[in-house]
Write a protein that binds this ligand. Structure first.
Ligand code: NAD
Length: 478
């Protein structure tokens, strides 16, 4: 990528009010590209275009929508290596992880291409003789989509694809740090024949472009993924205006390891869940809750595996952990390492690393001797940092797992069917994993959490219809 990448508004590529330089966190000398920065006026034009396009798109044939989404999905899959490379360059996850994420985006578009032709309703007999009742789903209108930096292609895909499949028009604002993947998606949708105004991309600051989208009376719903503080502020404003709202926010996901766990499975799940994608996943396993009989052996095995992790340039073959996304996030990770030390936890790792290229390299860090009331166990760090909490038995492990303001994902490593079944039922989280990392989910089933992690209906799979449609009940006396 070299020349200026523009916003897509009403089917045309439009320059912005400024330019954002997209930098590679693995190599600060590598500029991924120049991206136009929209302002509030651009956001307003995009919303007007989406509103104007809505009546026709809402009543378009489901085959037309399915064909466009299917073409976009095929194009993403055909270009997954190139898109993966772009993603790894702008966000810093390793190339295999990034290609996997790009492929996932392709499958999401294909899944919702199918869903477009499968939109269901219901027909019931009325309680009044001779009257028929039909329940149908209709699109909600213009949807504002606001996304974070940590899944630069999958999260935009899992919001855009269902929005379009169910007949909505969209205005997308990606995170400032990763406009490249969102721009690539926009260009793929444009090439796939999305009609002007149905899909709009406005790249720019959250406080400018995001605010304009959230504040517009012409936007019927906001689907947001990002931090708790931004999500709550957006929700307050959106609800005041009666908008539909869906928020996916932070996590402090527990992974319970019981005495009877398979050590290889437990260590593998914890290393993957806590440190892969540089720990920058809302579903990361950040609290490892370990029963006392296995605690010391588990910690020793985990430290050994951590010591062998290769932290380097995201595009280098063999790299297992890429850099932290930017200086701000690195500062946050380092601040929490200090907070943990000051709270009395012991830390292994957590050093800044020098590599061939200048980047934000941080050695994965493990806190031990922690308890659940410490800030490092209550607040989301969002880096390659995990804590071990020693507990007596399964009962205490479950109580500690649930003692958190969050509730996104939750895991247990055990060979006991009894404990696994009990945990699946009693974990207070939207997703539960048995002998699997807390991160890493399928694209065709619901995604989301409870408590402070999520608000509104679930994303992905058929459950996406709850947010992107509104239900109509029609009565007929034939
Ligand atoms: P963030 O909240 O800083 O930003 C998210 C998006 O909101 C960005 O596009 C940003 O520009 C925009 N924004 C910021 N201020 C705004 C405003 N006033 N009005 C409208 N939009 C505004 O989050 P981030 O740092 O990009 O992402 C990291 C966070 O995302 C972490 O907390 C992580 O847990 C969370 N996350 C959650 C999930 C999930 O599904 N639960 C998935 C991925 C990431």
């Amino acid at each position: 990528m070299s020349s200026l990448h523009q916003n897509l508004i009403n089917g045309s590529w439009v320059a912005g009010a400024g330019v954002n330089l997209n930098k590679n966190p693995s190599d600060l000398a590598d500029v991924v590209g120049e991206f136009a920065q929209a302002d509030a006026g651009h956001a307003q034009t995009a919303i007007e275009a989406a509103s104007a396009a809505f009546p026709k798109w809402a009543n378009s044939s489901v085959q037309e929508r399915a064909d466009i989404l299917d073409r976009a999905g095929s194009a993403i899959l055909a270009r997954k290596e190139e898109l993966g490379k772009l993603l790894a360059r702008e966000e810093g996850k390793t190339l295999p992880e990034a290609i996997g994420e790009a492929a996932r985006a392709g499958y999401i578009f294909k899944f919702f291409a199918g869903e477009a032709v499968r939109i269901e309703g219901e027909k019931l007999a009325s309680v009044r003789p001779g009257v028929e009742v039909e329940i149908t789903r209709e699109p909600i209108g213009v949807v504002g989509i606001i996304t974070p930096w940590n899944f630069p292609i999958a999260i935009p895909a899992w919001k855009i694809a269902p929005a379009l499949a169910y007949g909505n028009c969209v205005v997308v604002k990606p995170a400032d740090l990763v406009p490249g993947c969102a721009w690539a998606l926009a260009s793929i949708l444009h090439d796939a024949g999305i009609p002007p105004g149905v899909f709009n991309l406005v790249m720019g600051r959250g406080s400018v472009v995001g605010e304009a989208i959230v504040g517009s009376p012409d936007v019927a719903g906001i689907s947001f993924t990002g931090s708790v503080s931004t999500g709550r502020a957006i929700a307050a404003r959106a609800i005041e205006q009666g908008k539909k709202i869906q928020l996916e926010m932070g996590g402090k996901n527990p992974m319970v390891v019981l005495d009877d766990a398979d050590m290889n499975i437990a260590v593998g799940a914890c290393v993957n869940g806590a440190f892969f994608s540089t720990g920058q996943r809302c579903t990361a396993s950040s609290r490892l809750i370990v029963t006392q009989g296995i605690h010391d052996r588990f910690v020793a095995a985990l430290r050994e595996r951590m010591g062998a992790l290769k932290v380097d340039h995201a595009l280098k073959q063999g790299t297992e952990i890429g850099p932290v996304v930017d200086q701000t996030q690195l500062d946050q990770d380092l601040a929490y390492l200090d907070i943990g030390r000051n709270e009395g936890a012991k830390v292994t790792g957590g050093d800044i690393l020098g590599r061939e290229t200048e980047g934000y390299y941080l050695q994965p860090a493990l806190f031990t001797d922690t308890h659940n009331a410490m800030r490092i166990n209550r607040e989301e760090i969002f880096g390659p940092v995990a804590s071990v909490i020693r507990v007596k038995d399964y009962g205490e492990a479950l109580a500690v797992a649930n003692d958190t303001p969050f509730g996104l994902s939750s895991g247990i490593c055990t060979t006991s069917l009894k404990h696994a079944s009990h945990f699946k039922r009693h974990a207070q989280a939207g997703m539960v994993m048995v002998n699997l990392p807390t991160a890493g989910v399928d694209y065709h089933v619901p995604f989301g959490g409870r408590k402070g992690s999520s608000y509104g209906s679930r994303e992905q799979g058929r459950y996406a219809a709850e947010f992107y449609t509104t239900v109509k009940t029609a009565y007929t006396l034939p």
